[in-house]
Ligand binder design. Structure first.
Ligand code: CO8
Length: 179
């Protein structure tokens, strides 16, 4: 995909290591926050991601583009697709069980995605360098080996849990924000 040097691992970046507490191969990842737009089952118009990891390092997830996700009539909004990629990339770095946030997200939109399309999203980490994690992902239409609709690359930055306490509202949600 077209991407900048910002999302390319520098020389010396090391491979990610799955945390022993991360779900085993094939186990559902579950939501990290019940009202998350990407994975939360309680979000009324969210993506309702169903995610798992086949190998402890890659995340595979599925969702269906719905009426609430449109940009042009009958077509997915690009920002919603970018959010789906962000969610999958964030889920894959959470396999390390360290809190990260998205610093930069780059997306290539390769095909229009009609409402009703089941998207098969995949994300993985290409390297870690200090607080920086480099990630890539793709979304395919209709099947895990279907045509690629979106590709993404991202830089995530490791933060402390204070990031969510200081900037968010974690009252009553302590165990849902990066549980
Ligand atoms: C399971 C979970 C799924 C979740 C999926 C969803 C994930 C998300 O969407 S998170 C929400 C969106 N992201 C945010 O809100 C983040 C907002 N930004 C911030 O809070 C801050 O800018 C933050 C934390 C990224 C960096 O701030 P800070 O901790 O002060 O670090 P800072 O010193 O500025 O940067 C650290 C390094 O990263 C680099 N960096 C930070 N941001 C960027 C960026 N956007 N582009 C390039 N480099 C960056 C810096 O240049 C610096 O590099 P170096 O160490 O080489 O000098």
């Amino acid at each position: 995909m077209t991407r900048s040097t910002v999302t390319t691992p520098p020389p010396g970046a090391v491979p990610p290591e799955t945390h022993p507490d991360a779900p085993g191969p094939g186990q559902p990842l579950g939501p990290h926050y019940s009202r998350c737009f990407g994975c939360g089952p309680d979000h009324p118009t969210g993506l309702h991601f169903e995610a798992s990891s086949p190998d402890g390092l890659t995340v595979t997830a599925q969702f269906t583009v719905g009426e609430n996700h449109q940009g042009a009539p009958g077509l997915a909004h690009g920002g919603v697709l970018a959010a789906a990629m962000d969610e999958a990339l964030g889920s894959s770095i959470w396999l390390l069980r360290k809190p990260y946030v998205t610093g930069r997200l780059e997306t290539d939109f390769l095909r229009p995605v009609p409402v009703g399309t089941r998207l098969f999203v995949k994300a993985w980490c290409t390297g870690i360098s200090g607080r920086k994690a480099y990630l890539e992902g793709e979304a395919r239409m209709g099947a895990p080996d279907g045509p690629v609709a979106v590709r993404a690359a991202a830089l995530f930055i490791e933060v402390t849990i204070d990031h969510f306490v200081e900037h968010g509202d974690v009252s009553g949600h302590e165990f849902e924000v990066n549980p």
